[in-house]
Each structure stands twice: as structure tokens, then as C-alpha cells.
Design a protein around this ligand. Structure first.
Ligand code: AMP
Length: 421
């Protein structure tokens, strides 16, 4: 039989890397808690119509990237390709809006998109993100961006990161802008790529996202979304900028940033990182004031962002933040079969007291076990041989200093406690 391998675009997170993941997860949790955000966990799969209604039929995600199937009862099911839709579904289903005027939520977990795999782009990937429901005021936008900024700071990524900021106005403004943009592009439409031509009909704002230089050149003098702003849109966007300045969060205005999904309105933003390659977007988000209503809930403003965890970790590899410190306190070396019961009972007592203890289950030689102990990164080795068994003692070796002493078994827990306090 051919060996079975993981599916293209999916990756195992191996023990050598999982510590990095845990450190990133810890930073996210700590910062979110600092802002008063609580975790929400939603199912990995949902009804397909959740995404077609919220993300939009004409987006890349819904039109070509979803993993969907018909379940046995005929219902179309999809592996979640993003998390805002699920969080909003849950917000409505459990009437979270009725429980508090502002709901502050964060999440972490895997997502699925059938994209072309490359560095920083996978078919199963992970995001963390935050969502705040209940306020349409610009200070809420500034708070959401501040959470992203604090996480970037803690991850050591703030220096290489650039915050791109834009406002795409409220829905009426967008409608007018859509037409203005189409009128601008129409005379030269045949010079645009097939993708852009398709977007012209379905999602013209997305044409501004194009990476092709010749298209960007043609778009140089395109009308600006700000031309269609209402006074309120303008005042909102200016306040967001002022609040960011007050908090010393640097940003650049990027009129071409529109974000791909249908549900955004007003503030949109993205953090890119120069520590990444072609896929340089670390994190993206925006305001979605109409989404709760679109999905059948009471009109409730909302704003959030989602960040790619794989990309965070690629960028963090260049920083000092990820530590490779061993989590093992004690490596237990037992040299004689007759000592196993004592070894097991002593090791267990240490674990109960909170020490991380690893022991060798292969009954190997002293040399082999000591080599393993040193490799494990443990601070101490406890060595139980024939002599120690006869005298109810144990050898305690400091592996960093290569010093050792004999301690009575009765006192070993206290001894270790004193050494590690
Ligand atoms: P989006 O949900 O498309 O706004 O993406 C938010 C963030 O998720 C991006 O900025 C990326 O960091 C990350 N991301 C999106 N798609 C992928 C993917 N296929 N593989 C890895 N990371 C991704």
C-alpha cells in the first residue's frame, strides 16, 4: 500500500513547532483579555447559505474556494472558510445582543479554503480574530485596531508592519461609488484581465485590489471612494484617524484597500509585514454594520479583524519572541529493574507537586539515558541505581552546571522545591 500522506495544502503541526503556536495563542489570549474580550468557539461546519448570504455569492471564497457537500438530509454544508459569519450567526441565535449592549468576542481556530497552496497560503489554515458588536462609534474602530497593534507589539512584529487604512463609506456611498468606478473603467475594460472583467460585473470594487502593474496604472486616476462620502462617513473616518494618532498607532491611508467581502462598510484596514513574501497580509478587518441584519438579526453595528496565524509565525521566526525553552524540570533515570516501583512512585509524587517529569521507558544504559536527559533540556536529572536503592537515597544532578549530590528520597521533593523557588 502507498503510504498515506496529508492532503495537499494541509500541514501537520509537529511537536517542534507546537510550542511556537502555544506562545502565539498565549499572546492573543493575554491581549484580548487585557481589552475585556471573551473567547467564542463555534462549530467547524455550518450551513452553506450562511456564507453565500454574508460573505457574498460573487466573492472568490464563495464562488470557488469553499469545501461544501450535501449532507444525508440534503442540506448543503460547508467547512467554515472564515469566522465572522459564524460569530454573527451565533450572536443572533443566542441573543448575545440582548445580554449586554456591547459584546466583545475573540476566536481562534482552523479555516478551509480551496486556494492554490504556496508559502503563507494553505487550504487548511488558522486565524485568530476579534469582533465587537453594539457600537458604530469611531472609538470602537480605534479599539479594534489597537488590539491588533498590541498583539503585533507583543509578537515583535510592529516594526515590520504597516497599517493600511481606508473607509469605503456607508452602503449608499458604496452604491454611488460602484457606478462611478464602472463608468471610469468601462472605456478601457477590454484592456483589463479576464478576472478583472468578471469582477466588473460582479464585484467592481475588487478590481482595485489587482496586483497587476498595468492595471494599477490604468486605475491611477480612478475616482476615489471618498468623493462619495456623506458628511457622517467623512466625520467618522476622520475620528478614527485622530484616535489612532492619540494612541501612537502609525498608519497609511490606502484608497485602493477595499477588502474582498461583501459585508464591509466604512472603516477597512489591513496590516502587512515586510517580513513576509508575496503573501504579505498579516491581518485584515473592517466594519460590518449591516451584517447582523442581513443574517436575520436586529440591526446591530459590528467591527472586527481576522489574522493568519501561519503568517504570524513565519514573521515571528525572525524575532526573539519565540523561546525554545524546555518545559521539562526533571529527567528521571532508573538504572535497575528492581528500582522501577520506587522510580514510578517518586516521579509521580513530584508530578503531583507540579514538577514536569520525564522518565525513560526503554530500560537503557546510564550513558544512553543521560544523553537523552541532556538532549531533553531538563534542568535536573534524578538517578536511581542499586546503591541508592540500598540507602533510600537518590542522585540529584544539575544538568546545566554538571554538579551532583546525593539526597535522601524522603527529602527530594523539598530539595527540588527549594532549588526551583
Ligand atoms: P481574510 O479572512 O481573507 O480577510 O484573511 C485574513 C488573514 O488570514 C489574511 O491576512 C492572512 O493572514 C490569513 N489568510 C487568509 N487566507 C489564507 C490562506 N489560504 N492560508 C493562510 N493564511 C491565510
Amino acid at each position: 500500500m502507498n503510504p498515506i500522506r496529508s492532503i495537499k495544502g494541509t500541514h501537520d503541526i509537529l511537536p517542534a513547532d507546537s510550542q511556537n503556536w502555544q506562545q502565539l495563542e498565549q499572546i492573543v489570549r493575554t491581549v484580548c483579555q487585557r481589552f475585556g474580550y471573551n473567547e467564542i468557539r463555534t462549530p467547524i461546519f455550518e450551513e452553506t447559505r450562511l456564507y453565500s448570504r454574508s460573505v457574498g455569492e460573487n466573492t472568490d471564497i464563495v464562488s470557488k474556494e469553499m469545501y461544501s457537500w450535501d449532507d444525508k438530509d440534503g442540506k448543503s454544508i460547508t467547512l467554515r472558510p472564515e469566522l465572522t459569519a459564524s460569530v454573527v450567526r451565533s450572536f443572533i441565535q443566542h441573543n448575545l445582543g440582548g445580554q449586554a449592549p456591547v459584546q466583545r468576542l475573540y476566536y481562534m481556530g482552523p479555516l478551509f479554503r480551496r486556494e492554490r497552496p504556496q508559502k503563507g497560503r494553505q487550504r487548511q489554515f488558522h486565524q485568530f480574530g476579534v469582533e465587537a458588536f453594539g457600537s458604530e462609534n469611531p472609538e470602537q474602530d480605534a479599539e479594534i485596531i489597537a488590539i491588533a497593534w498590541h498583539i503585533l507589539l507583543e509578537c515583535g512584529l510592529s516594526e515590520n508592519a504597516t497599517l493600511h487604512l481606508n473607509s469605503i463609506g456607508s452602503p449608499n456611498c458604496r452604491k454611488a461609488y460602484r457606478e462611478a468606478l464602472k463608468n471610469f473603467i468601462r472605456p478601457n475594460l477590454s484592456l483589463f484581465s479576464e478576472t478583472s472583467q468578471k469582477r466588473f460585473e460582479t464585484n467592481p470594487l475588487r478590481i482595485l485590489d489587482t496586483k497587476a502593474d498595468h492595471e494599477q496604472k490604468m486605475l491611477k486616476d480612478a475616482p476615489k471612494v471618498s468623493d462619495c462620502f456623506s458628511d457622517d462617513d467623512m466625520a467618522h473616518f476622520e475620528s478614527v484617524q485622530n484616535f489612532l494618532k492619540v494612541m501612537n498607532i502609525p498608519f497609511i491611508l490606502n484608497e485602493k484597500l477595499v477588502r474582498g467581502l461583501d459585508y464591509y462598510s466604512r472603516t477597512v484596514f489591513e496590516f502587512t509585514s515586510s517580513a513576509l513574501g508575496a503573501q504579505d497580509a498579516l491581518l485584515g478587518g473592517g466594519r460590518y454594520d449591516g451584517l447582523v441584519e442581513t443574517l436575520g438579526g436586529k440591526a446591530t453595528p459590528g467591527i472586527g479583524f481576522a489574522a493568519g496565524m501561519e503568517r504570524f509565525l513565519i514573521a515571528m521566526a525572525e524575532t526573539e519572541v519565540l523561546s525554545r525553552e524546555s518545559k521539562i524540570d526533571v529527567y528521571f533515570v532508573c538504572l535497575d529493574e528492581a528500582g522501577l516501583s520506587t522510580a514510578l512512585s517518586l516521579a509521580n509524587k513530584l508530578r503531583q507537586a507540579g514538577f514536569n517529569v520525564v522518565s525513560d521507558p526503554l530500560r537503557r544504559s546510564l550513558k544512553a539515558q543521560m544523553r537523552d536527559a541532556n538532549k531533553s533540556g531538563a534542568k535536573y536529572a534524578l538517578i536511581l541505581g542499586e546503591t541508592e536503592m540500598e540507602t533510600d537515597s537518590i542522585v540529584l544532578k544539575n544538568l546545566e552546571k554538571s554538579e551532583q549530590e546525593t539526597v535522601s528520597q524522603k527529602n527530594i521533593l523539598e530539595k527540588l522545591r527549594n532549588l526551583t523557588n
